[in-house]
Each structure stands twice: as structure tokens, then as C-alpha cells.
Design a protein around this ligand. Sequence first.
Ligand SMILES: *Cc1c(COP(=O)(O)O)cnc(C)c1O
Length: 495
Amino acid sequence: MNNLYTSTRNNQVKISAKDAIHQGFSDDGGLYVFPNFDNVSINIEELKNKSYQDIAQLVLRQLLPDFSDEEINECVSAAYDSSFDTDEITPVTDVDNFHILELFHGPTSAFKDVGLQLLPQLMKHSIADKRVMILTATSGDTGKAALEGFKNSDKIAITVFYPHNGVSKVQQLQMASTDGNNTEVAAIEGNFDDAQSNVKKILNDASLKQELGNNISLSSANSINIGRLIPQIVYYFYSYKKLVENNQIHNGAKVNFSVPTGNFGDVLAGYLAKQLGLPVNKFIVASNENNVLTDFFNSGIYDRNRPFFKTVAPSMDIQISSNFERLLYYKSNGDTAYVKQLMDELEANGKYQVSDELLNSIQEDFYCGYSTDKEIKESIQDVYNEQGYLMDPHTAVGYKVMRDYQKIDDSCPTILLSTASPYKFVKVVAEAILDDNHDNDLQLMKDIQVKTGVDIPKNLANVWNLPILHKDVIKKDDMRDYVKSKVEADLYDKN
Ligand SMILES: *Cc1c(COP(=O)(O)O)cnc(C)c1O
């Protein structure tokens, strides 16, 4: 069957989209993938004058075949409403000779909102009568976006783990102040990769499943869940159609997308858009100093045995880009035994090497580079001084690598994905554009506003005054017990 999902590590797995969303990822450790794009596509000629929500429906109908049109309509309308501060949902702005796709207009001012406003709606239609605890590891932005998306959901609770002292002040306040009767937050003594690998372990823990019983399942709101990834395909089509409507390209012309990358979810969604028919020349994959992917693109060797850097673009401080496994699946033509072998090597030795053929195929679609912290600050400063546009540090990573790529080939227009509001990372933005620096983040926010005239998003202006509701700091080895106790508190008690 063509419209069933399979696992990146076992092509015998065949599962509906709803079950894939409910489970999050496969028991064999693999990720769910839509195996074959031969019979699905989006006709770009038909996008003219369509709203963001219209395009979202088109994309979802292609990739979620077991959802009825009515269900899709309901999910999309509930997700993309007044919780975004613009009707466009993801507006496009022209800067210099490129275009910025602003993905940070949702309720938490991070691009994660685009996926995480829709995922809870999809989840609601996927779980039947079960109760679900959503587990999320976050490097900062996913956590708050997931908490906002899932809070007060019926039959669903959510637990978020973030690295203690590894997120920005604003991010920490955003998470710690979350209300809702079903939200749990813990800082862990470890980094993001620790949080993510322990969440994966817990999701795979058969004995825990038994202890929790049949009526309760665990799932994930990270981009390993296809219900989080598929919504992100939409803005690639939306931005393309905006350029066509503005007469900046003709329908069918190829464009580049520059994508600040951590877990490889955002850029993989772009690759799926290309599989659905979007004319793309290159995806420019932009990393910070945790540049595992840049080395891979040059050598074919993925090696995570290296120092871990805390950078000024912390949401991308990641050494294991989970969704890269999905690209390996597609680029090896669905050779799940091969993908499993590579992933086993990664687990055992922290590295693997792919065949030349596979590397070449990846290089056809992707260019990869990185930005140092110093270059991030210079980019923020240059673009602000010369173009009057204020970027956050993650967007600045994408900007720098885009400029590197344009030196090699500038034949196609480029769309730079902007992944967060600059007000989420005020320290580095202040260092880049203000003369006067200090340690008071709230004051810095105001100083930046005075200097630039860029509005502070409401949720970020208000976060300083909210009560702190979540204070737990736990050891990374205690995550399993924490989850168990929270399932008991949030899901068993409310029968
Ligand atoms: C999560 C995040 C990224 C990286 O996105 P991936 O899908 O993990 O590659 C980039 N920028 C910001 C601000 C983020 O929150």
C-alpha cells in the first residue's frame, strides 16, 4: 500500500498516519516516513491567491490520507487562528537581494509554533480513547511551543525536559511560567542530546509501558513525530507562492532556501516539499559551531565524537540531528537495512560513514556550512546597519551561510528562514547593535525596542511578570521515574 507509513529501519512496518502520530516513533528505534511520493503532489499553479490555511489543507490531504477532509479542515482552522499575530501566519519580507520567511509570529515567538499548534489537533484525532503523555526534549524553543500547544488538552498531558542553564533567560521564564492543568517541566543536569536520547529511551522502554498499563501511551512532540514535521512543509509552498504573486519569480522557477539547522527537521520538511513538486535548486543547511553536518557534507563521515559548544544560537546546539535519518532513508531509496546499520554504528561508536553514491546524492540537493559566534554577531550588526532588518542569532546563522553559498552560485533567488524573534535572544542581539551593555534582560529588551522600533511580541513582554509554576531540577538518570510519577499525577488522577 502506498499511503501507509513505514519505519526508516524496517520496511516491513506498515502503519497509518494516525497511528504514526499517536506513537511518535517506531519500536525498532526508527522514524516513521512516507515511503513514496509517486502518487502525491501539489500543483504550484493552483496556489495563487490561496491562504496559508488553504495550502495547509492541500498538503495535509496528500500526506495524511486517513484523515477526512472535514478532520483536516477542523485541525487547520483550530491551529492557525488568532494565536498568530498576523493573518499571513508566516509572512515574507524582502531584504536586500533576498527574502526572509518569518516563522516566529505564533504564540511563543518561535518557528516551533507552526508545527506545535497543529500537532495537538492531529493528535486529538489520532488517539481514539487512549490517554497520552507527550514527552519533549527541548534546546529551548520546542518546550514552550509544545506546552502552549498541548496545555489543557483533554486526555493528553505533557512533560518537557530542558538542559539546566542551557537555555536563554526568556526561554526559561516562558517554560517555568506555563499554566494549564496538564503541563510538567523539568530542567535536567545535562545537555540537549542527553535529554533527547533519554526521552527516546523512555519511549522505547517496554517495562515502563507495562507499568503504565494499556490505557496510557507515551508519545513525542519533537520533530521525530511526523505530525510535527508535516505542518512545516506548508510554509515552503506559501513563501514560494508569495514570490510568484509579487512578480519576483515566475511559476516553476527554482529558488534556494537557507535554513538554520539543529535537528534537521525544518530543512527536511523543505526536502519533502520538493518531493511534492516545489521547484528548489538548493537547500542551504546552516549550523552553528556544532558543525557535525558541515563535516559530514565534506567527508561523508558523521562523527559526533567532538566537543560540545554552547553557542549564542542555543536552539541549534545539537550533535545528533535526528531527522537526518529520514534523509538517509530517502537518499538510499528506502534501503532500511542500510539505514539501520548506519544508525547502529552511530549508537555504538558515535559515528558512521556513508557510501560515495549516497553522499553525492545528498550534495545534489543540499549545501552545508556554519557560522561562528563572532560571525553571528557581525551578521546581526551588518544586516541591521545596512538594511534596517533585525535578525535573531539563529536566523543570522542562516544568513551567513547563505552569503557563503551565493559566492559559489547566485543564480537563484534565496529565501532565508527566520526561526525566532530577536527578542528571545536579547543578550547577543544587544551585543551586536547597542553600545551600552548590561545584564538585565528585561531592560535590554526595552533598549533594543527603543533603538530599532521593532515591536516586542506580547508574550515576551508579559513573561517577566508571570508566577513561576515549575521549579524542578533533576538528574538525567531520574527522567524515567519523573515521567512515571507525572503520568500518575496528570492522567490517572483525572479519570
Ligand atoms: C529548533 C530551532 C532551530 C532548528 O530547527 P531544526 O528543525 O531542529 O533543524 C533553529 N532555530 C530556532 C530558533 C529553533 O528554535
